[in-house]
Design a protein around this ligand. Structure first.
Ligand code: FES
Length: 118
């Protein structure tokens, strides 16, 4: 694996995300709860640029007639058909066998690097 520069930390922190191209591949770099995550900008459903979707929260498991909201800022909603993914794991909320393709992120002196096959 080789590390490639992806973005400046300050740029990602400013909006919570940056969509960048590394080695010809579009990636979404997200800042969630103090951690950085890199996901391939391709939805596993039908190929949409998923990282351009809205981020927000979701309803949590709860008792009947109780609605508890949580995970604010941690859920990515695909702009084409609304599939939702947990940005900390890349997993689809309803079917955990469906997952975004992710890459490790390293922080060095205010810069973010992603690790890709050479
Ligand atoms: S392409 Fe993402 S939900 Fe359909």
């Amino acid at each position: 694996m080789i590390k490639y520069f992806a973005a400046r930390e300050a740029d990602v922190q400013a909006t919570g995300r940056a969509i960048v191209t590394v080695k010809g591949m579009s990636l979404g770099i997200f800042h969630v709860d103090g951690q950085y995550y890199a996901w391939r900008n391709v939805c596993p459903h039908a190929g949409a640029p998923v990282c351009a979707g809205l981020t927000g929260g979701t309803t949590l498991p709860s008792n009947v007639y109780e609605y508890e909201f949580g995970c604010e800022g941690r859920i990515l909603r695909c702009p084409w058909h609304g599939w939702e993914f947990d940005l900390t794991s890349g997993r689809h909320l309803a079917d955990s066998s469906v997952k975004l393709r992710g890459f490790d992120v390293t922080v060095e002196d205010g810069d973010l690097y992603v690790w890709l096959a050479g």
